[in-house]
Write a protein that binds this ligand. Structure first.
Ligand code: AMP
Length: 221
């Protein structure tokens, strides 16, 4: 089962991928998390990609595709994978199809989290992140119980450097120019499901879980 989670920065991909992968026993593969870990650990990949992340630009396809291929080849005996933040360009989507085809697999489902632009910007502005366990917090129902402290591990929350307003603008620009065509790519393949991402975290997660289970049931028919 290969599921792609599509949506703008701030649409809730990371939050949803964590919940849904845990619930369904799927591997959660986030390219953003992999890049941030590489930057933090100062690996050669981290050195190479840091400037792109700082500017809110997409990392070149060749680097991103090689990283995802490597991560997928390390994948154990999971029931499947949820890809969060990949593919983000048509070239990445095509490279992913080619890589999966080599092992007789394919993308079964692409979920597009549809969220209004004004909501995206407000969410990114109030987003806090735990560098220790990767938990993500926002405003309202998603706020941490104690301001500045991670509910899960007690770590000190920080704001992602690429959630600054100027970098957010660059990330949204990249999204509209390069990632929106990927939504159409999956629609034409007949695997796209649109989910209203303006709902509560719980309701969005339930819709995604239902879509994955329906797709699994169809595959077994
Ligand atoms: P995210 O955490 O998904 O918002 O990703 C953070 C940053 O990592 C992006 O702004 C890009 O610089 C980089 N990145 C993540 N995924 C990709 C991708 N599929 N292609 C290129 N760059 C990516």
């Amino acid at each position: 089962m290969f599921v792609v989670l599509l949506g703008a920065p701030g649409s809730g991909k990371g939050t949803q991928a964590k919940i849904v992968s845990a619930e369904l026993g799927l591997l959660h593969l986030s390219t953003g998390d992999l890049f941030r870990a590489a930057v933090r650990e100062r690996t050669p990949l981290g050195m190479l990609v840091q400037d792109y992340l700082d500017r809110g630009e997409l990392v070149p396809d060749s680097v991103t595709v090689a990283m995802v291929r490597e991560a997928l080849s390390r994948q154990g005996l999971m029931r499947g994978v949820i890809l969060d933040g990949f593919p983000r360009t048509l070239a990445q989507a095509q490279a992913l199809d080619a890589a999966l085809e080599e092992t007789g697999k394919r993308i079964d489902l692409a979920i597009y989290l549809d969220v209004k632009d004004s909501v995206l910007i407000a969410r990114l502005d109030s987003r806090w992140h735990c560098p220790n366990c990767n938990a993500v917090y926002g405003a309202g129902e998603n706020a941490p119980l104690k301001r500045g402290t991670c509910d899960r591990c007690g770590g000190q929350l920080t704001q992602r450097s690429d959630d600054r307003p100027d970098v957010v603008r660059a990330r949204l620009d990249e999204y509209f120019r390069k990632t929106v065509p990927v939504i159409e790519y999956y629609r034409q393949r007949g695997v796209l499901r649109e989910v209203n991402g303006d709902q509560s975290v719980k309701d969005v997660a339930s819709e995604i879980v239902a879509a994955v289970e329906e797709t699994l049931a169809q595959a077994h028919r």
